[in-house]
Design a protein around this ligand. Structure first.
Ligand code: PEP
Ligand code: CO
Length: 452
């Protein structure tokens, strides 16, 4: 269990308060924020230190090529969509992708949702103007409401408590689904029920039949294990709101070490990754496995300063670098990034986020082309293969529903169709079928790597 932080550790952790903090909401009432944060501090942890440690071990395996990490979920979760159906659809999509990858790549897949806490977003502009009216930009449901009214857009500290409650309920459902029979590999066919005939689904059903046969063989041979009935499924979100993350940081009574108990894995975004800034300082103190996004502007000095600060001892599994360079530039930029880390020598796990470097605008919609996403993934594997380093995982924005937010795919979502079912509050997500197509592409690349 976790106890209250002792004075010295608490002082160290609060060092972030003296550093520049980008992308923080401007709350009108500082006292209300303070009482809310003190209240959050009294609420139970959402995850346990031992779980974060297990995830760290599995991410370390991925850094050595013994596992592959699949991290996926919404750009921004919303309170309204924290329903059983939507959560189940997202889990199912990630489980299906994981089955495809495990079966073809013969590698264990470490499953992490961008779920149960992904409620805060950094925005390019702090203010939004419509018809001559200026209001704060939407920063995620943990900060303000999406609706363009003053009442909704003014940051409200009480939303931090709601974010905690929705995270707790979501994580509870994730735990129930993944340990209560839904994730049973014997259900591999059922996960695709209701989805009709298109190439990705036909291919999935074929693979599911092969898995069924393999399972029957294992049962007959007495090699069936109960462990095939459950999966580990971890939570993650961008550690953006420093007051919230601070309140969720607790001391593990077993080891005396601080952990962020709001999620198993936390990452620092491209916009807040300054090595001298508050976000990096905050996560430098917790023992969870953590990630940092790296965009095209990252320099050698940035990377070295981040490793110095976030993984000075070179612990395996501690630091994941999530590159998001864009399909056009990945092959030009990734080699130098990898070379810098290789010369430094301390271990990292490499992940590709093929979403955020490939965002475009079409009319009033923010979108991405599935082909660009696939190209960045191919480039990521290609560069690692050439340099002899290990591509450890993928970070994807997806949903389990049939939305029309990303262009392309075998169902060919065209520009005119974007408006049909465009539901995201921030960035466009792969729909269920596009997610499976991506998984099949990666499975082909992984199996090539294995037969090589
Ligand atoms: C995100 O992951 O939603 C995000 C904002 O990404 P990045 O920090 O890479 O821009
Ligand atoms: Co996003």
């Amino acid at each position: 269990m976790f106890k209250d932080a002792d004075e010295t550790i608490l002082d160290e952790i609060s060092a972030w308060k003296n550093l520049p903090a980008k992308h923080q909401p401007q709350y009108p009432d500082a006292d209300f924020l303070q009482t809310t944060v003190e209240y959050l501090r009294t609420l139970p942890p959402l995850i346990f230190a031992g779980e974060a440690d297990s995830l760290k071990c599995q991410i370390a395996q991925a850094s050595r090529g013994e596992a592959f990490v699949l991290q996926g979920g919404d750009c921004a979760e919303s309170f309204a969509d924290a329903t059983a159906d939507r959560i189940r659809a997202k889990i199912r999509t990630i489980l299906q992708m994981a089955v495809v990858l495990t079966y073809s790549g013969s590698l264990p897949v470490v499953k992490i949702g961008r779920m149960a806490g992904q409620y805060a977003k950094p925005r390019s502009y702090p203010m939004e103007t419509r018809d001559g009216v200026d209001l704060p930009s939407y920063m995620g449901d943990a900060v303000n409401g999406h609706e363009f009214t003053e009442a909704m857009r003014i940051p409200d500290p009480h939303r931090l408590v709601e974010a905690y409650q929705h995270s707790a309920a979501t994580l509870n459902l994730i735990r129930a689904f993944t340990n209560g029979g839904f994730a049973d590999i014997a259900k591999v066919h059922e996960w695709n029920k209701g989805f009709s005939s298109n190439p990705a689904y036909r291919r999935y059903n074929k693979l599911a039949s092969e898995i069924d046969r393999a399972m029957q063989f294992m049962k007959a041979a007495g090699a069936y294990s109960e462990s095939l009935r459950t999966v580990d499924f971890y939570s993650s979100h961008e550690a953006l709101l420093l007051d919230y993350e601070d309140a969720m940081t607790r001391i593990d009574s077993r080891t005396g070490q601080p952990y962020n108990t709001g999620a198993h894995f936390l990452w620092i975004g491209e916009r807040t990754r300054d090595a001298d800034g508050a976000h990096v300082e905050m996560l430098s103190h917790v023992k969870n496995p953590i990630g940092v996004k790296l965009g095209p502007s990252v320099t050698k000095d940035d990377i070295l300063a981040l490793i110095d600060k976030l993984n000075p001892e070179g612990e395996e599994g501690r630091l994941t670098l999530i590159t998001r360079l864009g399909a056009q530039r990945v092959e030009e930029l990734l080699p130098n990034i990898i070379e810098t880390v290789r010369q430094d020598g301390r271990p990292v796990t490499w992940m590709s986020d093929p979403m955020h470097g490939n965002t475009i605008s079409v009319g009033k919609f923010k979108t991405r082309r599935l082909d660009d996403v696939l190209d960045e993934v191919r480039g990521f594997f290609q560069v690692h293969r050439e340099l002899g380093t290990v591509p450890g995982g993928l970070h994807i924005e997806l949903t389990g529903d049939d939305v029309t937010e990303v262009l392309g795919g075998s169902e060919e979502i065209v520009e005119e169709a974007l408006g049909d079912r465009y539901e995201t509050l921030v960035d466009p997500r792969l729909n269920h079928q596009q997610s499976l197509e991506l998984a099949f592409l990666v499975s082909e690349i992984l199996s090539e790597d294995f037969s090589a």
